[in-house]
Design a protein around this ligand. Structure first.
Ligand code: NDP
Length: 279
């Protein structure tokens, strides 16, 4: 069994992105991400620390705009509009979900496609579905594709089963896999025989948010298992795949932590650098 870990992927990508960032800096452009955080949710803070570390390692900037939990809609709106206009800002990321009193749909659609570094706007989602190369796909599904590319897993003609159909992971991941000419099956809670749908795949992408739900009965020999799930069980992180039970049965698997999640911040960096190049 092979373990597809994030570390070598991130090291290789960061090196590549640092070289691109250095070239931009020699022209006076410092690739910069603006993070908009409302409140102090622990998972936002953990993600934020990961982003800042990744951006620093490539010599890029990630600036946090922290707003109080009771901030008004108008204040967040004005900040997003100002950041969107600012030529020194190449990407914008707003942590979600926002507190309930804020109209999240209105706010996430204020960022223009070129600066929407994690595909939060409807227009960027449409670009992912249209596969027209405009805007950026969401970072987590793209991290799955990037990991498969790094570990030299061909996708053309392969059967891939995606478990989960959210707009954040499952659906955009299915579109990115289609773009790579995979034959994609999307499963969800109403799927009749999930085990059979998983067993017949060459690659399973688990993005259900259900701890260790993919077990030995879902897998077959020679498969590659990409575990997108991040779940907290008894104070410990685990994926959607029962790693201990499944790993001896398959060809390759991503661990949690240390797998797909680790590559996500590198995708954010990729988008911000691409945006900086275009400005
Ligand atoms: P959602 O809860 O929005 O969606 C889960 C999807 O999985 C739904 O489509 C649901 O089906 C399906 N599903 C849930 N349980 C089952 C089941 N038992 N059998 C079949 N399908 C099921 O989650 P997200 O898409 O936002 O996230 C998925 C996972 O990915 C989570 O663990 C999350 O933490 C992780 N994640 C990781 C990120 C990272 O690595 N940086 C970023 C984003 C998410 P239905 O539509 O029928 O309800």
């Amino acid at each position: 069994m092979r373990e597809f870990r994030a570390k070598p992927v991130v090291e290789a990508l960061t090196q590549e992105y640092k070289e691109q960032a250095d070239k931009l800096k020699s022209r006076g452009v410092v690739p910069a991400l603006a993070i908009v955080r409302v409140g102090k949710r622990e998972d936002d803070l953990a993600y934020e620390r990961g982003i800042i570390k990744r951006f620093e390692s490539a010599g890029c900037e990630a600036k946090v705009h922290e707003l109080p939990e009771d901030v008004t809609f108008e204040t967040v709106r004005d900040l997003l509009i100002q950041l969107d206009k600012d030529e020194k800002v190449h990407g914008i990321l707003m942590f979600r979900p926002l507190p309930k009193h804020l109209d999240e749909d209105a706010l996430r659609n204020l960022v223009s496609a070129g600066k929407d570094a994690d595909c939060m706007s409807d227009i960027n989602a449409a670009h992912v579905f249209a596969q027209d190369g405009v805007g950026y796909p969401p970072c987590t599904p793209e991290a799955v594709i990037e990991m498969l590319r790094f570990y030299e897993v061909p996708l053309k003609g392969k059967r891939v089963t995606v478990v989960g159909r959210s707009m954040v992971v499952g659906k955009p991941l299915a579109m990115l896999l289609l773009k790579e000419n995979a034959t994609v099956t999307i499963c969800h809670t109403r799927t009749v025989d999930l085990e059979a749908e998983c067993q017949r795949a060459d690659i399973i992408c688990a993005a259900a948010g259900a701890p260790r739900m993919i077990g030995p009965d879902h897998v077959s020999e020679g498969q590659i298992i990409m575990d997108v799930g991040i779940n907290m069980v008894d104070g410990k992180l685990c994926g959607d795949v029962d790693y201990d039970a499944v790993s001896p049965l398959v060809d390759a698997i991503t661990p949690v932590p240390g797998g797909v999640g680790g590559v996500t911040t590198a995708m954010l960096l990729k988008h911000v650098i691409a945006s900086a190049k275009g400005m």
